[in-house]
Write a protein that binds this ligand. Structure first.
Ligand code: NAD
Length: 360
């Protein structure tokens, strides 16, 4: 089958890690008889240099017509790059905000997976991480307290600030559906995280999630309060499969979960819209400090592409093949600089991409 992928290489290490990801996707295409068509558009600094804006309307139109977007990373050195002399709406990051909004990306997915070979980078005790862990944090991205009305005022001579947290049932339902769909492709367990003992928005969240759960009888649903979840992530991370939560809780919990996996170069992510559409990118930035040195780890982007195959194209076997190839290369002792330890074999960005593509 043919799939149309919009490719944004971006700035810094973006082009290097995306090139390696395309190498791996092409290996998958060849092995399984799929055709991945790539259409490149510019975003971030590269778009500012070419067109004076961080993303053009044409680029967004191309992305909208495609099946999914693959993104490297955008942005430069924020203290020295001329891009940061521009007004905020013209800086590289404004491109990212605009494309997220235009594409209606309302859910963020961040897996936290501990590879046996990299467990030395995990700050948790071995007795806790033994056997590894593999969870997916699903965070609502366009609602909640970050998007509510806010004000700072003086009341009777006292400064007072207010931030309003609202969710409507439709916002909750659409992300809950994605959460259960994803659980169906994994270990069929959803832990919905809220603060229903205090917040009305959380009580509605819980009610709607329970309604959606009725359509997924195979998935086990549990609820957990956010304060307990923060503790459980470091006490017993193995218990989690899919964590489903609102914007601010997810912001905090996903950073906590990524911390326990080790290197930033391994962390993939996705932002999802209604239907099957998604934008897939690594969790890290454009790392201008190592751009062009061959030190960038392409694995986060390659694993993001595996998620694209699984969640946007329903190519589960092909996605698993990429993940297994990454595991195999790590088992064989190959490491980019960021995850290098004595006794392992140091390779460049491009060598890492080729090794993974060969094992596919
Ligand atoms: P960063 O994630 O780019 O880098 C932080 C540190 O991690 C650096 O030392 C870097 O060398 C290292 N690192 C990151 N990715 C790596 C990889 N794949 N392999 C090996 N090492 C890696 O964060 P930063 O330095 O704060 O930001 C740099 C630029 O990226 C800024 O312009 C920022 O705005 C932008 N940024 C973009 C995105 C995005 O495109 N989604 C996300 C975050 C930051």
């Amino acid at each position: 089958m043919a799939y149309q992928i919009t490719v944004i290489k971006g700035d810094g290490i973006g082009p290097e890690i995306v090139d390696e990801t395309i190498k791996v996707l092409d290996a998958v295409g060849e092995k399984y008889g799929h055709q991945f068509n790539y259409e490149r558009v510019l975003m971030g600094g590269e778009s500012i240099d070419a067109y004076g804006v961080p993303i053009t309307d044409e680029a967004i139109a191309i992305a909208k017509k495609s099946d999914a977007v693959l993104l490297g990373a955008i942005g430069g050195d924020t203290t020295t790059s001329p891009w940061y002399q521009l007004s905020p709406n013209l800086r590289p990051e404004a491109g990212l905000l605009k494309i997220r909004k235009e594409l209606g990306l309302f859910a963020n997915l961040r897996p936290a997976y501990l590879y046996e070979e990299l467990k030395g980078a995990c700050p948790l005790k071995e007795e806790i991480t033994k056997g590894g862990f593999d969870m997916m944090i699903m965070r609502e991205l366009t609602g909640g307290i970050y998007f509510g009305d806010r004000k700072t005022e003086e009341v009777n001579g006292v400064m007072k600030a207010t931030d309003i947290l609202t969710y409507d049932e439709n916002e909750i339902r659409r992300i809950a559906k994605w959460g259960f769909d994803i659980a169906m492709k994994r270990r069929k367990s959803v832990i919905s995280v809220d603060k229903a003992n205090v917040l009305d928005s959380s009580r509605l969240w819980r009610k709607v999630v329970e309604e959606v759960a009725k359509d997924y009888p195979e998935v086990k649903l549990e609820h957990m309060l956010v304060d307990n979840c923060a503790m459980q992530l470091v006490r017993d991370p193995k218990q989690f499969d899919v964590i489903l939560t609102e914007n601010m809780f997810g912001d905090i919990l996903s950073d906590e979960a990524s911390m326990v996996t080790g290197s930033i170069g391994m962390l993939s992510s996705a932002s999802l819209a209604e239907g099957k559409f998604g934008l897939y990118e690594p969790s890290h930035g454009s790392a201008p400090d190592i751009a062009g040195t061959g030190k960038a780890n392409p694995i986060a982007t390659i694993l993001s592409a595996a998620m694209m195959l699984r969640y946007s194209f329903d190519l589960d076997e092909e996605a698993a093949k990429i993940e297994a190839a990454v595991g195999q290369v790590l088992k064989e002792g190959y490491r980019t600089s960021d995850i290098y330890e004595e006794g392992t074999k140091k390779v460049t960005t491009s060598e890492m991409g080729s090794l993974i593509a060969q094992r596919v």
